[in-house]
Design a protein around this ligand. Structure first.
Ligand code: TRP
Length: 457
């Protein structure tokens, strides 16, 4: 390796240890995807059948894809685009990286708007709005707020600033330290709320809905939604794992880290489901309510519970923290790209990327209200459109390119090297072999089939 290259490597930030990596990855994975997106998609797609599909996708495609991104990131030690440029110089594989950066830009713009909703509801909880003096229907309250012009914009701005601030501090001092404290705290709060929800009178119908599949509700749409949600929730198909893995030391056991991340993320999603669905049924709310589901259902429970005010406060705090550990990871993809590919300083990169995404986010937010008709395309608001394009088009596309790249262009040797840390540890032969088959054959075929099935059907 040349001296310049060695110096460049030495300068790059790294995570402190494997536990820090795991928490940062789990912090990225667990977020609004689990607490906000998963419950409302479950509600729109008929419950248990969707959950089962989701679980299959996490295990069969999610974990192998996460490992693939991990391998590409750790081996190249570069950002989402630089990784492909480093591993396959002179080819157009770096387009895969551009898709990732574009995808993260779109995701963060609407993600930050939802994060802003979290800030508003946290503020309401602080004033004990859900337990005292709050009159009127919570669903009207929610749509009234999201469709208004200024308040959501202010909240979105605050959320974006918080995200930018953490990312500006870099990997070890910003991202890792923050995640280490917040993730365990969030876990405890969520368990508490789920237990409360499951013991409500009338929770039984919700439990049925969560665990007894009704296959007649499954359409091609359900399948792509479940795949998109699996990728979204695990933060895959968008360069995030590539970017974080580029900061991981060579000794880390990547299989362990990936499986633990996937398990943690899935547990959180299921806990969120258990916190929300029983309450939805106990209080006769429509499960198909859409993106407002969490914001409508939970305040309703809080208003009906002893100590509801305190529970509300804790919940929205947890939601905000979870959203932040994810939003920083999305911004980091774009920032790492800007630092290494556009040769900017970290602080400059953060400001630039943040401002641009903030602007897009403002448009997303306005598309839900006064400017609904101007800011819509194909009959969808910009907000919905960004969500649908990223989760159901760009992420599957990027994911497919990643596995094809690793399975066909890099090949078996690279996969084996990375899984064994160049021979330092020794996973069973069936493991490396079946993973290779999944990466090379099954994953690309499955993603392609699901996408075609949906787009043609
Ligand atoms: N997985 C996060 C969540 O569930 C969202 C997220 C973080 C993400 N980083 C990402 C989604 C990168 C897509 C791509 O909330």
């Amino acid at each position: 390796m040349s001296a310049a290259k060695l110096r460049r490597r030495a300068q790059r930030d790294t995570f402190g240890n494997s536990f820090g990596v795991l928490l940062a990855l789990a912090g990225s994975a667990v977020g609004l995807g689990n607490l906000w997106r998963f419950p409302y998609l479950v509600g729109q797609n008929g419950g248990a059948a969707f959950i089962i599909l989701y679980l299959i996708f996490v295990a069969l495609l999610g974990i192998p894809l996460m490992l693939s991104e991990f391998i590409i990131g750790r081996r190249s030690r570069a950002n989402a685009r630089g990784a492909f440029r480093t591993l396959a110089p002179g080819t157009r594989w770096d387009l895969t990286g551009f898709i990732a950066v574009l995808c993260c830009t779109l995701i963060l713009s609407f993600y930050s708007v939802v994060g802003g909703w979290g800030i508003e509801y946290f503020y309401k909880a602080l004033r004990f709005d859900f337990t005292m003096g709050l009159t009127g229907d919570l669903s009207t309250l929610f749509s009234g707020f999201t469709a208004s012009t200024w308040r959501p914009l202010v909240c979105h701005t605050l959320f974006m600033l918080a995200t930018g601030l953490i990312v500006a501090y870099g990997v070890k001092n910003g991202i890792e330290r923050f995640s280490k404290v917040m993730m365990p705290l969030l876990f405890i709060i969520m368990i508490g709320i789920a237990v409360r929800s499951l013991t409500l009178d009338g929770a039984g119908a919700g439990i049925d809905y969560l665990f007894r599949p009704d296959w007649s509700k499954v359409t091609s749409h359900t399948v792509l939604d479940a795949l998109g949600q699996a990728f979204f929730s695990l933060s895959l198909g968008s360069g995030m794992v590539i970017t974080y893995a580029s900061y991981v030391k060579a000794e880390a056991n990547i299989t362990k880290i990936c499986i633990n991340t996937a398990v943690a993320d899935t547990v959180f999603a299921l806990i969120a489901g258990c916190a929300i669905m029983p309450a939805v049924f106990a209080f006769a709310i429509s499960p198909g309510e859409g993106p407002g589901l969490v914001f409508i259902t939970l305040p309703y429970i809080f208003s009906q519970l002893p100590l509801g005010g305190v529970i509300a406060l804790l919940f929205f705090l947890a939601l905000l923290l979870a959203a932040l550990t994810s939003s920083i990871s999305i911004l980091e993809v774009v920032v790492a790209f800007a630092i290494e590919e556009l040769k900017l300083k970290r602080k400059t990169a953060v400001w630039l990327c943040m401002s641009f995404i903030w602007l897009l986010g403002c448009l997303c937010s306005l598309s839900l209200g006064r400017f609904g008709s101007e800011l819509s395309l194909f009959g969808r608001s910009l907000f919905d459109l960004f969500d649908a394009i990223s989760a159901n088009v760009l992420m599957p596309l990027n994911a497919m390119l990643v596995v094809i790249f690793l399975g066909w262009k890099m090949g078996r040797g690279v996969i084996a090297d990375e899984l064994t840390n160049n021979g330092a540890n020794n996973p069973p032969a069936w493991y490396t072999k079946s993973l290779y088959i999944i990466i090379r054959w099954l994953a690309p075929a499955a993603i392609l089939a699901i996408a075609l099935f949906q787009w043609l059907g």
